[in-house]
Design a protein around this ligand. Sequence first.
Ligand code: CMP
Length: 142
Amino acid sequence: MEQTLILIKPDGVKKHLIGEIIKRFESNGLDIRAIKLVRINRSQAEGFYQVHKEQPFFEELVQFMTSGPIIACVLEGERAITRVRQIMGTTDPKKAEKGTIRNEFADSIRYNIIHGSDSKASADYEIPNFFNRLEIIGIQAG
Ligand code: CMP
């Protein structure tokens, strides 16, 4: 079993796509282990995206991610990281496969609706940015 973090970005929330996006993951058999609506501040956004801090788009990315509420969600399943990335589509919506979330709903590489962890190491770093251990609900026995 693998866990991954998704964020529905401010553009996805503004477009009322929360239900549509969550439905796609649930329909695929992924389990929600934690979920919240949250507005992050500049230092939280900078910390979350610190791997991109040298990129020319970093400042715009931070401004965008702090511009409105986002959904943070931990999804769990076999190969969850890969499955989530297939359902999202590639970062650049112009290159995203038909039927993926970014292909159908995203305006541009900057306003691309959703984020998903790209590796186990990223998921391990990203999840605690939004949830402590007690907020991630395990499968109940019995
Ligand atoms: P995300 O999966 O959240 O990870 C980093 C984000 O940076 C990415 O999605 C894009 O929204 C953004 N990004 C990546 N490349 C570019 C780019 N060339 N121009 C603007 N934004 C970018």
